[in-house]
Write a protein that binds this ligand. Sequence first.
Ligand SMILES: Nc1ncnc2c1ncn2[C@@H]1O[C@H](COP(=O)(O)OP(=O)(O)OP(=O)(O)O)[C@@H](O)[C@H]1O
Ligand SMILES: [Mg+2]
Length: 281
Amino acid sequence: MQIKINNLSYTYLAKTPNEVEALHDVNLEIPEGKITSIIGHTGSGKSTLIQTLNGLLIPTSGEVHVGEYVVTNKKKKNKKIKDLRKSLAIVFQFPEYQLFEETVEKDVAFGLKNYGVKEPEAIKLAHKALNEVGIDKSFYKRSPFELSGGEKRRVAIAGIIALNPDILVLDEPTAGLDPLGSKIILSLVEKFNKEGKTIIIVTHDMNIVLNYSDHVVVMNDGKVAFEGTPSTLFNGDISKYSIDVPELFKFVKILESKGMKLDISKIRTLDDLINQLKEKR
Ligand SMILES: Nc1ncnc2c1ncn2[C@@H]1O[C@H](COP(=O)(O)OP(=O)(O)OP(=O)(O)O)[C@@H](O)[C@H]1O
Ligand SMILES: [Mg+2]
């Protein structure tokens, strides 16, 4: 499913003294089947942007096209919005705070039941989703509140994956997790992408941008400031966006400045760098 955003603006508390224009004339295409990161300083409009993608926020002006769905304020009632939310599902920041059922399996089945799936089938699909996120059978009947932070987050992601969305949007999926917990979540995201899902990740972590993303969008004051590949971004002048260059990228630049010929556009991980160095020998 293709995502195309045309002249999108969004204002909170419009026509009040406190109004905030969070998005201003955003035009974007999110590549299908790829991993796209959305970055930018705090308050730049990232979370607002993703919530317009499935109509949780209705644009003040402009429109969002997701496959055949259109999110706009021109339609009085968008009956298809429920279908859209199943196709483009959002994992919010700290999704574990939204767990509430008495068992893990019931929690994951909850969303499916909202879409009319009957209990036995919903539980079956919940088990499949839990298996996908690496949550063992022995957890199914446990209370979600008794799990570790990383496990809770995986259960919350299973609740979204169970809906089998084409597009998965994650708002700061690694926030508050330790390196291992983060790695587990990111490996899952990579797996979902390999299975054909389009992924959008909102993040402040530049290593996620370099290691995992095909495409990156930089938001700045509600506008798109940059769109392209991570290596183009980090090669350019990024001082104006208040973001950091990933350590690996800095290191590769130093090697290049010492005369080492490397294809920087193909270096996303330490293994990529090691492989290029081995080829040189
Ligand atoms: N519910 C709201 N009511 C009023 N203003 C809001 C609301 N939510 C966000 N804003 C404002 O809209 C702007 C964009 O906020 P948004 O949450 O999209 O930023 P963000 O890029 O996700 O930031 P962060 O990195 O801190 O999560 C900010 O100026 C923010 O204060
Ligand atoms: Mg945000």
